[in-house]
Design a binder for this molecule. Sequence first.
Ligand SMILES: [Zn+2]
Length: 99
Amino acid sequence: MKDCNELPKIVKVTTTTYTVEDVAPENGVRFNYGDFHHMAVKHCLSWHLKQTKCFNCEKPFKDEDYMYLIITDKGNQFLCQECAQKFRIQLGKPDYVKK
Ligand SMILES: [Zn+2]
């Protein structure tokens, strides 16, 4: 009898498309990654602890980087400033004003 790990495997890669509905809403809260991560650790927030990189370009957040909320048809995510600006322009919204 083979070990379960030795059985043949079928790997399927799925692609998910997210429709961007809003990016960094003007009335949304904005915080830097350091504060966000500290809060996630303090309150054991498992979803928050996984938000370590930009949802679009996958660039890891640095402590001082601001995280920009993005609203998609499949839930909220976070973007880096560069990607937030890019999507705001695509949505016809004014470019995000830096700090
Ligand atoms: Zn990005």
